[in-house]
Design a protein around this ligand. Structure first.
Ligand code: PLP
Ligand code: 3DJ
Length: 413
């Protein structure tokens, strides 16, 4: 490759202030993992924590663990830790359920805070679950609510006094476009519109300042950059000023003011706990806590800086090494407008991703033609980017992608 050498990348790794964190993850040797934006890697501590939890807390202490090991306090405790990653106060965040469920709960709560408004605004390319949840809730409510879907550049024009809630994902899952959370929140607020942000592709990869921006509500998932493991519990945020009035959407017993009185009538808890529904998933929460604790050791400004540099490096090397193969950038060039992933377009994207996986580089494909490479700054090295682009060059130059077994079929990821 020209310009930058592999040695230069090794030097960047030696100078990387986050470099030592890589050793805190179990990464299979010989594999370059560029899919941490879908499922984060396994922290070494998670294996140990789960092992202890299963053997001692579950195996020996059994039901006593709810108090003895504070299982019951986990949603609040871990929520408070996540709050520190997203610029929230510790009583504004709780770990619970999945992102989809939390979005449903908070959107319904937000609509009840704006009873005279009927429109929900979102972005056309938002992640499908977000759009399905909005549509599904509108149908269920049967009160004439409407979803106004617009292109990202039309968002500010779409916000007016009829709009109840703006539902946005901060980083687009396909293009990696990073929205200006503070500016959009300000524009929404000027029209009395509540904001509900999905932080799934941003939290843990960059500093987020929800309160400084005046965000009303947010949700996010635990298994991407928080490295909480497959199906990790998600979290939800409600700004303190709404905690009293935001009603729980699903009146489950864990959101009751005193669940263990087993009272027949429902009385919501005073604070963020009222948005809990059922029994906390203890194993999942324990693994998530390890991932969150690891992130709390890192300076998120440094995480963001590294993430931007990894992305710039990828795009630069791609242009240098793979210019002949017809790739187009599908993500912003300007790293200040990009999340922690790069996306490129190619008509043979699916087959190329399959061939890359055989070469030991895991990225993913999003229809119709996007190759996505997630850049998790806690465990990726600059040299991994070099090697990943070199592998892509090999796949393209040898046409290794052009095999019948790489024809597109429906798969999970
Ligand atoms: C923006 C966004 N929201 C939500 C989800 C998923 O939500 P859930 O954890 O409920 O499957 C994803 C990815 O799966 C996502 O990218
Ligand atoms: N949640 C996922 C799953 O259960 C299986 C496979 C992938 C996922 C994902 O997280 C997809 C991811 N949100 C995306 O950006 O495409």
């Amino acid at each position: 490759m020209y310009g930058l050498s592999r040695d230069d990348c090794e030097r960047l790794d030696r100078e990387d202030p986050l470099g030592t964190l890589r050793g805190r993850f179990e990464l299979p040797s010989g594999l370059i993992y560029l899919d941490g934006n879908s499922l984060g890697a396994l922290p070494v501590g998670a294996r140990q924590r789960l092992d202890e939890l299963v053997r001692v807390q579950w195996g020996e202490d059994l039901i006593r663990s709810w108090n003895r090991h504070d299982w019951i306090g986990m949603p609040r405790r871990i929520g408070a830790k996540i709050a520190r990653l997203i610029g929230a106060r510790d009583d504004e965040v709780i770990a619970a359920d999945s992102t989809s469920i939390n979005l449903f709960k908070l959107l319904a709560a937000a609509l009840r805070l704006r009873p005279r408004r009927r429109i929900i605004v979102s972005e056309r390319t938002n992640f499908p679950t977000d759009l399905y949840i909005i549509e599904g809730l509108i149908e269920l409510l049967g009160q004439g609510h409407e979803l106004r879907l617009v292109h990202a550049d039309e968002l500010s024009d779409a916000l007016d006094e009829k709009v109840a809630v703006l539902v946005m994902t901060q980083v687009d899952y396909r293009s990696g476009r990073l929205h200006d959370l503070a500016a959009l929140t300000r524009q929404a607020q000027a029209k009395g519109v509540l904001t509900l942000w999905d932080l799934s592709h941003s939290a843990g990869a960059m500093p987020i300042e929800l309160n400084a921006a005046g965000v009303d509500m947010a949700v996010g998932c635990g298994y991407k950059y928080l490295n909480g493991g497959p199906g990790a519990p998600a979290y939800l945020f409600i700004a303190r000023r709404h905690l009293r009035d935001a009603q729980p959407t699903i009146a489950g017993w864990m959101g009751h003011a005193a669940p263990f009185t087993f009272a027949p009538d429902y009385r919501p808890a005073a604070g963020i706990e009222r948005h809990l529904v059922g029994t906390p998933p203890v194993l999942g929460l324990a693994a998530l806590e390890v991932g969150v604790d690891l992130l709390l050791e890192a300076d998120l400004q440094l995480v963001r800086e590294k993430s931007r540099r990894l992305g710039d490096l990828y795009l630069r090397l791609l242009d240098q090494e793979c210019a002949a193969f017809g790739f187009e950038h599908a993500c912003p060039h300007d790293s200040t407008r990009r999340g922690s992933q790069v996306a490129v377009r190619h008509p043979q994207g699916y087959a190329i991703i399959q061939a890359l996986i055989v070469e030991g580089v895991i990225g993913d494909f999003r229809a119709p033609d996007i190759l996505r490479f997630g850049l998790a700054p806690l465990y990726l090295r600059y040299v991994d980017i070099w090697d990943a682009v070199a592998a892509l060059h090999r796949v393209m130059a040898s046409q290794a992608w052009n095999k019948p077994e790489f024809k597109r079929k429906a798969t999970v990821t």
